[in-house]
Ligand binder design. Structure first.
Ligand SMILES: Nc1nc2c(c(=O)[nH]1)N[C@H]1C(S)=C(S)[C@@H](COP(=O)(O)O)O[C@H]1N2
Ligand SMILES: [Mo]
Length: 327
């Protein structure tokens, strides 16, 4: 996120390309600017003979649990009047610093990453620490598809169909003790396979946390799939958490450990840049980030700008979790 300060940043990269495309006098009729940019980068990849963009959409777990997909869409949450972001846009524009800080580069670097076998350690204030296989996590509760708004603090936004089940189901399985107030997620550490982790300015591995009542809210998801299939690596295979009323960095990818704690845990971005990233990080148009006003956002599918919604449009569901005194 920090890289976006300079013009060589991912965001800057797209703006530069847009200017170039305009300069070339190409029409953008029927195609969003970003769609066109992605199409052009896909083209150059294909011409170079190395990249087939269909690989961007492959489940990293292969055939494991294939019978569970696609999952039935839940009618409970809708994104109207917005529409779905096309897969070919949402799945080639990612933040996953373990691979690269270049959004359009993540899927290319991640597509051959093997995630099998995958274990998840459950520790801290629980009845009994244990290890869960990903396969057990996958089958812990019935899968459903939920179309959510998703908003990055860098002000880009999308609408995608995540597949999974409420995080509360996994929390119940972990049997936290009564004194546990927070849940902490630790994600994969593997310097040999994750080149971004050689950049020692960041406190690897990525870690995040939620207050337990937030984590138990029905909207918070264990996510194992997207767009009708298992998660491709760039979205955080084999599983991640999705918390749609918070900025995207509160939705950690590729989780290997869960801890329950009494004290509020630190978070990756708060530790790296405490002046910029707090613990709660709820989407709020009235609270500017030092580098990005949060008043407006940009839809990556249509390229259109629009007003940011309080709690990313989920105020009715989640406002009751907060007293207004959270910092
Ligand atoms: N492990 C890990 N999880 C992560 C990140 C990351 O760099 N590493 N980036 C976060 C940020 S900033 C965003 S916006 C979302 C992006 O999710 P997406 O690429 O699936 O759209 O993932 C979040 N989870
Ligand atoms: Mo983000």
């Amino acid at each position: 996120m920090v890289q976006d300060q300079s013009s060589s940043t991912p965001e800057g990269h797209y703006l530069d390309r847009r200017t170039i495309i305009r300069g070339m006098g190409l029409g953008v009729v029927g195609l969003s600017t970003l769609g066109l940019v992605n199409w052009l980068s896909g083209m150059s990849g294909t011409l170079a003979g190395q990249v087939d963009t269909s690989e961007a959409f492959r489940a990293a777990i292969g055939d494991l649990g294939k019978e569970l997909f696609p999952a039935k869409r839940s009618e409970k949450y809708t994104i109207e009047p917005r529409t779905l972001t096309p897969e070919k846009i949402a799945s080639v524009y990612n933040n996953f610093y373990e691979f690269t800080t270049k959004k359009s580069g993540v899927w290319r670097m991640a597509r051959n990453f093997k995630v099998d076998p995958w274990k998840i350690e459950i520790a801290g204030d629980v009845e009994k620490p244990f290890t869960l296989d990903f396969e057990d996590l996958l089958k812990l509760a019935p899968l459903e598809e939920r179309v959510y708004r998703f908003r990055c603090v860098e002000t880009w936004a999308m609408q995608v169909p995540w597949i999974g089940y409420p995080l509360s189901k996994l929390i119940d399985r972990c049997k936290p003790l009564g004194k546990a107030k927070y849940i902490r997620f630790v994600t994969i550490l593997d310097e040999d396979r994750l080149p971004g982790q050689m950049d020692k300015q960041w406190p690897w591995p990525y870690f995040e946390a939620l207050r337990l009542d937030e984590a138990r809210h029905d909207l918070a998801m264990v996510c194992v799939g997207i767009f009708g299939h298992g998660l491709p690596m760039q979205h955080g295979a084999p599983w991640r958490v999705v918390v749609p009323w918070k900025y995207g960095y509160k939705s950690p990818k590729s989780i290997v450990r869960i801890e329950f704690t009494e004290k509020r845990p630190g978070t990756f971005w708060n530790q790296a840049l405490p002046r910029e990233y707090g613990f709660f990080s709820n989407v709020d148009p009235s609270k500017p980030h030092p580098r990005w006003s949060q008043a407006m956002e940009r839809d990556i599918g249509t390229g259109r700008r629009r007003a940011t919604l309080l709690y990313n449009g989920y105020a009715e569901q989640v406002a009751g979790l907060y007293t207004g005194k959270e910092i």
